[in-house]
Design a protein around this ligand. Sequence first.
Ligand code: ADP
Length: 672
Amino acid sequence: MKNPFSIPRPVPDGPWRWLVPVLLVLLFLLVLLWLPWQARQMESNERQEQLIADTLWVEQTLRFELARSEEALATFGADLAAEAPPAPEVLQARLAQMFKNGHELRRIAWLDADGRLLAVRGIDLPGGGLTQSSREAQAMSRTTRAGRYSDAYGATPAHGGLIDYHLPLYRQGRFTGSLVATYSLQTLLDENVPWWFAQDNALSLLDRDDHVVAQRAAGGPGHGVYTHKRALDLPGAQIALSTDSVKGAPKLLPNLLVGSVIVLALGLVMSLAALWRHIARTIAAENALRQQMAFRTAMENSLLTGLRARDLEGRVTYVNPAFCRIVGLPAHELLGRKPPMAYWAPEAMADYEYRFRKVLEGQAVPQFETVFQRPDGVRVPVLVFEAPLVDSHGRHTGWMSSILDITDRKRAEELARQQQEKLETSARLATMGEISSMLAHELNQPLAAISSYTAGALNVLDKVRDDAAAGPAPSSSSSSSLGMLKRALEQANTQARRAGQIIRSVHEFVKKREPRREIVPVQHVIDGIRALVDLQARQSYVTLQVECPPDLPPVLADRVLLEQVLLNLTRNAIESMQDIARERRVLRIAAAQGDAHVSVSVIDNGHGIPPEVAERLFSPFFSTKAEGMGMGLSICRTAIEFHGGTLTHADNPGGGTVFTFTLQQAQATIPT
Ligand code: ADP
């Protein structure tokens, strides 16, 4: 059943539904966090690279300074190795000049080939002479015929170390001595490293064993985060320049980017959580609603009461299965339809239209009984209750009707009515029976009296006639009068006896005694009542015709009852022809032979029997006549059925009615 209020089923809850967005959010957060880290890393790399470049530059500067000094020494050495050594004043002036050019120079000594001191300027030589490393450097320089440095020495925490440079001197390929220049490593650093670099970095010179031999840290000690070490390319010596930036690692938190990223991430997580909670609540509400719907649908489907919702224009918006069952139409043929509806019965159209007008006016009839028509034409009586349909905003949006199928109730009511009627009929019949019994009893006496009086009167009449015959000749008029009187008395006597017989038959019939059956020819029965029927017919200007075949077999019947039946049928027939043209007033009694029965028809040209009368024709007390008792046909049928026959009626093709009863043939029932 289509339901306009139904909720679509949710997509099944799979892990993917939650996993994918959660993973995406996590990924987003990771990227967000990674970005500042990456930025920090890049910054750090940049600083490191800068440091390396600066260190390289400082190393180059130091190396350049020493190279410049080496060159000056080489020039000086070449002069010393010449044939004529310079005069001592020139020598000293040259030395002074050299000290002036390089502040890092602490001493210059000139040694002969045997290592004896020829001239010296600067600080004193150490007490023990040259250091071991210096001597080795000297020997090495001589061997290699190139200048060579010693290792650093004499460093104290307060003063930096010193380093010697040995330059061998040759004259025409012969070793003539050497020049030994001693440099202060500390001064080398102080003089050649620019202040801005020293401000940002702690610099130190390290010997072979990584001992600090000179250092400069104008901006404080380094942080050990950005460091670089580079060997000074000095032949023979192993001195390394180490730089350590005073800058720490770039901080993460003060970074605006990081701050905003964290705030964003937190916001995102919070809004996600809020969304999550909201969705969970929505789903819970949806589930509750769906359960309610399922419950409601089950309830509606199990209802026996039909439900139908209509909008304000009368268009059907909802029907339940019970309603479909009542009107015998599927839901899809009802939904969306506007009146006139398929289940409206033609005979009640005016009612429906009146009520539909009311609906359009906004005031539906709250309760009414009507009838619906199924597609097969079957009518269904229903009781309808209308109630306004109000939406969640309190707006009137249409009408909800509940429809009760009251077929069973109606049937029960009809049955009860019929039973009541039957009961009343039976009661009246019983009373009738009693009255008839009583009448039969009471009338018997006066009838017997009439009979004996007429018999007595006839006797007296006979005597009078005999006396008259014995006396003087009577006048012809008086004898004919006597004859008429006698016939009248004889007739009166016959009728009185007949009345007595009728009363006895009725009495017996009412008392449900077995009828007194005898073999009678139908002709005799007709003859028995013919005089009476003729009388009635003549009074109503009706012509009587009797057709009775001479070879008609006799029947086994209670003659008196049969006469009563015929009398009743003929009287009805005569009465039915009272309003038609006299020449057409013909009453026919026709007997015929059947297989094992004899049928007798009473045929008239009267007003006929309309269907609504035919339905109740044989019901006791049913009559269309002002003074009719309505018992005639009922008694006739009972009497005929009593004899094992049937009483039926049919339309006379030429107008009027044919009543036919059948009786069993006497031969068929009595073995001979
Ligand atoms: P009553 O004659 O007292 O009315 P009946 O039981 O004999 O009662 O008849 C019942 C009704 O049947 C009559 O009122 C009449 O309407 C109808 N009826 C009976 N016989 C005929 C007939 N031959 N032609 C037309 N109507 C008839």
